[in-house]
Write a protein that binds this ligand. Structure first.
Ligand code: ZN
Ligand code: ZN
Length: 400
């Protein structure tokens, strides 16, 4: 671990920031949402207020980051630089039992920078965060609060050799990917380990395992030939692994997953022009939904539990009704972004912030906010450079 001086370049002048905090003290908002946008070319993350469009600051990094939000922290993963910068979003929802208290401060880079050989996937579960290092196969395990405590002392586990992997914390256990013979050979499956790193049970085959999500305490993992579900044992024992084959769905496989919040389901990619709804415990767990053109990105609404949003390369945003498994609305929101070319070419990404779908439009240099109620664009936020990756942080709470 290294600590370095935080680099923050506030967009607003200090005087304006002071004025803003005075206004906040008198009139504390009861909901707040912020967007963190990574640039496609440069090492920078922009912090924006999703409710007003105000720029809240820029954070300088070594390279263009992959972004993951956990609680009030944004992980800016810079794999090739061996670093993960940590941004305090400035929005904290503190659990008060029957309600949450909303606390708002300026976004800021934490002093702590996580380091590794090639840090990659960040996964949260059961109040713990697991950072997988593809370069070593090691897993760092810690809580969000530990990122702000001195000294930072994560538990480090070494469940296997180096590979592009993942680790999902589940109570006293973790589900981790199992590498093939070499780092470049296809991953073979997943296994359960305890927090001393000891394996419990057999490896569950899950060829090429990639992508995971959690919904109502169940984790799902994408495989070349299906999906593995990990369900917590009723007695607090090791999670139970189950492989659901997807052969009947035709050509394709799941490698990116999102998990429902109020409803238990997963939404995954399937081939270039479909998505699949996955319902644990159902006799027919898969519903494949064909899209009119190739898929660019998709997201779930954490508030409106039955809404999924899918952007396709023709620039259309589709509303997927999770309950019926059908697309009920489609609107054109950007110029076409062809899926021909490299997978990492600049194309829009989606996040959901309160009542808005936030969508980066890299070639236009804006973030577009689309109402989740009307599907109409309500705001464009100009962002310097090429806005690309995006995560939303926020929610609603009491201000007392
Ligand atoms: Zn309270
Ligand atoms: Zn990956």
């Amino acid at each position: 671990m290294t600590r370095k001086t935080s680099v923050i370049r506030p967009w607003l002048s200090t005087a304006m920031l002071l004025a803003a905090s005075t206004a906040q003290a008198q009139d504390v908002p009861e909901q707040a949402h912020r967007l963190f946008v990574g640039d496609h070319a440069n090492g920078v993350v922009h912090a924006l207020d999703a409710d007003t469009g105000a720029m809240l600051g820029d954070f300088a990094l070594d390279m263009t980051p992959a972004l993951t939000a956990v609680g009030s922290t944004v992980f800016a993963v810079q794999g090739a630089s061996g670093k993960v910068a940590l941004i305090d979003s400035g929005i904290t929802l503190e659990d008060h039992g029957d309600h949450a208290d909303l606390k708002i401060t300026d976004p800021a880079l934490l002093n702590l920078t996580l380091t590794g050989t090639t840090p990659a996937h960040v996964v949260e579960g059961s109040g713990q965060i697991a950072l997988f290092d593809d370069g070593t196969g090691a897993v760092q395990l810690f809580t969000e609060a530990a990122l702000r405590a001195e000294p930072f002392a994560p538990v480090t586990l070494e469940p296997g050799a180096a590979h592009h992997g993942l680790a999902a914390p589940m109570g006293d256990y973790l589900v981790v990917s199992v590498p093939g013979e070499t780092a470049d050979a296809p991953r073979v499956g997943v296994k359960v380990i305890d927090q001393s790193g000891a394996q419990l049970g057999d490896v569950m085959p899950c060829p090429g395992v990639h992508g995971q999500a959690q919904s109502a305490r169940v984790f799902a993992f994408g495989c070349k030939d299906g999906v593995v579900l990990a369900t917590p044992a009723a007695n607090g024992g090791a999670p139970v692994l189950q492989h659901l084959p997807t052969a009947e769905l035709g050509e394709g496989n799941v490698s990116t997953l999102k998990g429902g919040t109020a409803l238990q389901f997963f939404l995954g990619n399937y081939g270039p022009d479909a998505v699949v709804l996955i319902e644990p415990g159902s006799d027919a767990p898969f519903r494949k939904i064909a899209l009119p053109t190739r898929r660019v990105d998709f997201a779930l609404d954490p508030v409106i539990a039955r809404n999924g949003y899918i952007l396709t390369e023709d620039g259309q945003l589709h509303l997927l009704d999770i309950l019926s498994g059908t697309i009920t609305q489609s609107v054109t929101v950007t110029e076409p972004y062809s899926m021909d070319g490299h997978w990492r070419d600049p194309r829009p990404r989606l996040a959901v912030a309160g009542g808005h779908i936030a969508l980066t439009d890299p070639l236009k240099g804006v973030v577009r906010l689309i109402s989740t109620e009307t599907f109409a664009e309500v705001r464009q936020i100009p962002v310097a450079g090429v806005p690309y990756t995006i995560v939303a942080v926020g929610g609603s709470g009491a201000a007392h």
